[in-house]
Design a protein around this ligand. Structure first.
Ligand code: PEP
Length: 252
């Protein structure tokens, strides 16, 4: 029922030349694909160039962040209307690296979320617990607060447009993936929260991606789980061949 989404997050990697070569390569590799949906989120400086070179391919382009105001004296920030005008279709909001290094909170996630919706961008809202929180048995409490505060004030109509990414912080860039069973448990918990907030029909429509050291050798088992609707892929999206393997996951 939900179309899977495989999204790449390049973080702060690649020069413009490297980004262009990657785009040429991936466009050839996935030209036959109609399912899953495919997205790449390069540094926002490259959004326009990639959107242009990937036009006509199944790969869409998103941003890794967005500011909450549409325009104004906010030196260094980039707004949703700017990203949309440059060809972005999606935006990642509240990635754990932004929470960890740049003071992102559930409140600023919420402000960015409204800006993304206003600007016609599909928001990918990231949630996830740290290792300490997991070991202290607080995973569900942490996720519940991130979901309820991050999505505060969103109505069911707007919520239907959302994508959620469950990214356990201890699995990001560490090579330690959550087992498919662990990930499925949290995804089912998140879907339950979405049901509480927005009702069954909307909750059933929202895609929940898993992120954290997703690679070609673990994607198939993750995607076999009922509530895992795709992946947010960091390191393995930088190489077109390994990203292609993930896009061509087996099952679902
Ligand atoms: C990410 O950047 O969101 C991520 C999950 O990174 P990695 O796949 O490298 O763990």
């Amino acid at each position: 029922m939900r179309t899977p989404l495989i999204a790449g997050n390049w973080k702060m990697f690649k020069t413009l030349d490297e980004a262009s070569s990657w785009a040429d390569d991936i466009a050839k590799r996935v030209s036959d694909i109609t399912r899953p949906e495919i997205l790449v989120c390069p540094p926002c400086l490259y959004v326009h160039a990639l959107a242009e070179s990937l036009r006509g391919s199944p790969v869409r382009v998103g941003s890794q962040n967005v500011f909450w105001e549409d325009s104004g004296a906010f030196t260094g920030e980039v707004s949703a209307p700017m990203l949309a005008s440059a060809g972005a279709s999606h935006v990642i909001i509240g990635h754990s690296e932004r929470r960890q290094y740049f003071g992102e909170t559930d409140e600023t996630v919420n402000k960015r979320l409204f800006a993304a919706i206003r600007g016609g961008l599909t928001p990918i809202v990231c949630v996830g617990e740290t290792l300490d929180q997991r070991e202290a048995g607080k995973t569900n409490t942490v996720i519940e607060a991130q979901i309820k505060n991050g999505l505060a004030g969103i109505d069911p109509g707007q919520a239907g447009l959302l994508v959620i990414a469950y990214e356990p912080v201890w699995a990001i860039g560490t090579g330690k993936t959550a087992t498919p069973e662990t990930a499925q448990g949290v995804h089912a918990f998140i879907r339950g929260l979405l049901r509480e907030l927005f009702g069954q029909e909307v909750a059933d429509r929202i895609r929940i991606l898993y992120g954290g050291s997703v690679k070609g050798d673990n994607i198939d088992a993750l995607m076999a789980k009922a509530d895992i609707d795709g992946a947010l892929v960091g390191g393995a999206s930088l190489d077109a061949a390994s990203f292609e393997r993930i896009i061509r996951f087996k099952g679902k």
